[in-house]
Design a protein around this ligand. Structure first.
Ligand SMILES: [Zn+2]
Ligand SMILES: [Zn+2]
Length: 260
């Protein structure tokens, strides 16, 4: 099996691509943004196949990796790239892993419900999540440039402490990682999450102007901006209530479902 059979490439525009792993239950998307002579890769996927092989088919330019957050399903091929950005709040997770998250659980999750052939090199029983040092740390408001493309870093914690969204002003694209997508719940029910903080982040995203399209990290690739209104409604309805805490269950607003 070839790498390109594992990844589904969706052309968003002439120089922007979604690289999707639809043969895995998580339905993970990473995004490649190609500028003049340089490119950004937002996340590197599950690590079942090395995403670099499909990136190389789309661009020969140097690629800088931006991490939306340090969950294993978005950093799988980080080891194939020299330049890795991560928010400062998750630099330790990148170096040392997430304290208290059992390796057995990760191996169970990476290995189940796979509907496409995987390479011989992939063995869930010996799968190791990426660990390594970032080359640079991100803070809220940073502006990252690659060949004429500029991404603004929005620190949007709650699903994880150093989660970031990336907003490209020229195109109006908002890459929303694991804090805003449709199809399955956005998770804030396990120990390192914070429902209240997540709602504050959703509030902030709902107040962004000039967003043209939203691109989440799971399920559907391109979302209408109506999901930003759903995010705002979730924040208005739940912030300051007893539901903004762990254990309060599922909350649905339009396309968006939250699990607390
Ligand atoms: Zn996540
Ligand atoms: Zn995820």
């Amino acid at each position: 099996m070839k790498t390109e059979e594992w990844f589904t490439v969706t052309k968003i525009d002439d120089s922007t691509f979604a690289l999707s792993e639809l043969g895995h239950w998580e339905q993970v998307h990473s995004y490649l943004l190609i500028g003049e002579g340089e490119a950004f890769l937002i996340d590197t996927g599950l690590g079942i196949f090395d995403i670099q092989h499909v990136v190389e088919q789309l661009t020969s330019y140097p690629v800088e990796v931006i991490t939306t957050h340090v969950h294993w399903d978005h950093i799988g091929s980080h080891g194939s790239f020299a330049t890795i950005y991560v928010h400062e709040a998750e630099a330790d997770w990148l170096k040392n892993g997430i304290p208290g998250l059992p390796l057995e659980q990760i191996r169970h999750d990476v290995g189940r419900d796979i509907t496409k052939p995987t390479p011989n090199s992939f063995n869930p029983a010996t799968y190791q999540p990426f660990t390594g040092s970032p080359t640079a740390l991100l803070q809220d408001g940073d502006r990252l440039q690659a060949g004429g493309r500029e991404l603004i870093v929005l620190h949007t914690p709650g699903h994880s402490p150093g989660h970031v969204c990336l907003f490209e002003t020229n195109t109006g694209y908002l890459f929303s990682g694991d804090i805003l997508y449709s199809g399955t719940p956005v998770y804030a029910h396990f120990p390192s999450t914070d429902p209240k903080v997540l709602l504050q982040s959703l509030q902030r995203l709902s107040e962004l102007t000039d967003v043209m399209s939203v691109f989440g990290a799971h399920n559907n690739v391109r979302l209408s901006t109506a999901i930003l209104d759903d995010a705002g409604q979730a924040a208005s309805a739940l912030l300051g209530t007893e539901k903004a805490c762990h254990g309060s269950g599922l909350h649905t607003f339009g396309q968006l479902t939250l699990q607390f």
